[in-house]
Each structure stands twice: as structure tokens, then as C-alpha cells.
Design a protein around this ligand. Structure first.
Ligand code: 6PG
Length: 260
């Protein structure tokens, strides 16, 4: 069965290495947000809803994004694409990563960044309650979603064969991950499918198989949830693109970013 036409890859960009990828991704996000702000110019109270990945990969991108003067910071309302069920100051918290890199008097105000948990939940029921509360505050759709990709092909905390992959109504749900931290909440597939700009940021050889499965294998999101982002813009480095059957060379000049 071939993928629905809407899910055919829109764009793949391959940077020379992880440092170049971070710069390239920050530049691309800044440009997309600036363009979106332009389309909302003159609309009082207009804001841009953004969901950003957690994990280790995006830190360098966020640190560069924070220095990019094109980003319409006052317009942004920012959510984590998923969150571990830990306190917001826990090193494993995705909101902590976003707060550390993007919240600053000259950039994102603390109230523009939405935490799912205000303390470490004690039970799975607490996690479910937090997911339901967050879902009531989430936008109907996101203007921009940046995802990472796990080596098993997961995006956000949508892991292979997760019941959350079949969720058609709710915007955010509680899940139990096959890796620590087990208790999490995640955006559901509908929030990826309705995103205006959908981007996936992937670095390193360990992810190459997952990238190839997400972009080139037969349509089977239960096995490779990353396929839900197949229609998006894939920001890769040479290492993470290494197993694509149609190899892509690095973007010419994808060296250190001129603004860095
Ligand atoms: C999380 C992320 C998750 C992440 C991938 C890749 O909460 O862990 O949102 O989806 O993007 O697991 O993680 P790394 O960037 O750490 O490899």
C-alpha cells in the first residue's frame, strides 16, 4: 500500500555534520516563524502556536534560535511535543530544556511556555489528569511542530504500537513508554497531521535506519510512527541520512552558520 499523497516527503535537507545541522535548523525555524508572523501582521492578538521536541538533539538548535533576531518572540506560544512525567526542574524534563534555552527577558516570557506538569506526578492517574488538563489548553492546531526521531522510529512519545497511535479525538494523552522515563504525555497523531509546518530534526548514524524506514518504507506508522511526519521537512545530517536509498549529498555550504 503506498502512502497517501499528502504524506509524500515535502523536503529533505542534509547538513554536513551535527553543528551545521543545528545552525541550519535554527535558520529554517526562524525563517518559517518570521514568514508566518508576516501573514498575521495587523491581526490584533495574533499568536503563533509552536510545539518543540525534547531529548538531546535540539539543544544546539534552540541555543542558536535564541540568538536569531528574526523570531517573532512576543507572538509565540510554545508547548513541548511531549513531556516526561517529572517535575519541571528535573533534568529529564523537556520543558526545562525549552526554558533553559528560550526563556529570557529579550525572548520568550515564562508565561509563553506551557508546562504540562507543575510537580512530579505520583500515579498514572495523575499523569492522565495532567494530559487532560493540558489538552484543554492546547491550540486546535499548531502553526509549527518540530519533532525529533528515536532510533526505534518514534516521534514525540508516540512509540511503535502505542495505543496513542489510534487516538483520533484527544490532542494530548498519557502514555507508558518502553524506555525510561516510562510515564509521559504526548501530542497525538492529529496534532502532527494538522500542523501548518511540520519539521523533523535528526542527527547521527544511530538514527539512519529509522530515518530510512520513516521516509522510504511502506506506509506502516504502527511500526514506524515517524512516518506520520513523512510529509514534513526533514532536517538531517550526512550520518542520519546515510541509509536513505536515494542518497542525498550535504547542502552546499552547510558549514558554520554565517550568523553564528
Ligand atoms: C523526548 C522527545 C523524543 C525525542 C527522541 C529523540 O521526550 O525524548 O520528544 O521524541 O525527540 O526520542 O531523542 P534524542 O534527540 O535525545 O535522540
Amino acid at each position: 500500500m503506498t502512502a497517501p499523497a499528502a504524506h509524500r516527503p515535502q523536503e529533505l535537507i542534509v547538513a554536513r555534520d551535527a553543528a551545521a545541522l543545528a545552525a541550519l535548523a535554527a535558520d529554517r525555524i526562524a525563517r518559517e516563524l518570521a514568514a508566518l508572523a508576516g501573514t498575521r501582521a495587523g491581526q490584533p492578538g495574533a499568536n503563533l502556536a509552536v510545539a518543540l521536541a525534547g531529548g538531546r538533539t535540539p539543544r544546539g538548535c534552540y541555543e542558536q534560535l535564541a540568538r536569531d533576531r528574526r523570531v517573532p518572540w512576543p507572538m509565540l506560544t510554545v508547548w513541548p511535543s511531549d513531556e516526561r512525567a517529572v517535575a519541571p526542574d528535573d533534568p529529564a524534563s523537556n520543558v526545562r530544556l525549552l526554558r533553559e534555552t528560550l526563556v529570557d527577558p529579550d525572548r520568550l516570557r515564562p508565561d509563553q511556555l506551557h508546562a504540562v506538569f507543575d510537580a512530579a506526578p505520583r500515579t498514572h492517574a495523575d499523569v492522565e489528569a495532567a494530559a487532560a488538563s493540558a489538552a484543554r489548553r492546547l491550540p486546535e492546531r499548531f502553526d509549527l511542530v518540530l519533532l525529533g526521531l528515536g532510533a526505534d522510529g518514534h516521534v514525540a512519545s508516540l512509540f511503535p504500537r502505542s495505543p496513542a497511535l489510534a487516538e483520533l479525538e484527544r490532542r494530548m494523552v498519557a502514555v507508558r513508554a518502553p524506555v525510561e522515563p516510562v510515564e509521559r504525555v504526548t501530542l497525538t497523531p492529529r496534532m502532527l497531521e494538522t500542523a501548518g509546518n511540520l519539521m523533523v530534526l535528526v542527527s547521527g548514524r544511530a538514527k539512519a535506519d529509522a530515518v530510512a524506514r520513516a521516509l522510504e518504507d511502506e506506509w506502516d506508522p504502527q511500526t514506524t510512527p515517524g512516518q506520520l511526519a513523512r510529509r514534513g521537512t526533514w532536517l538531517l545530517d550526512v550520518e542520519s541520512a546515510a541509509e536513505l536509498r536515494r542518497p542525498r549529498g550535504a547542502v552546499p555550504g552547510s558549514g558554520p552558520h554565517p550568523l553564528s
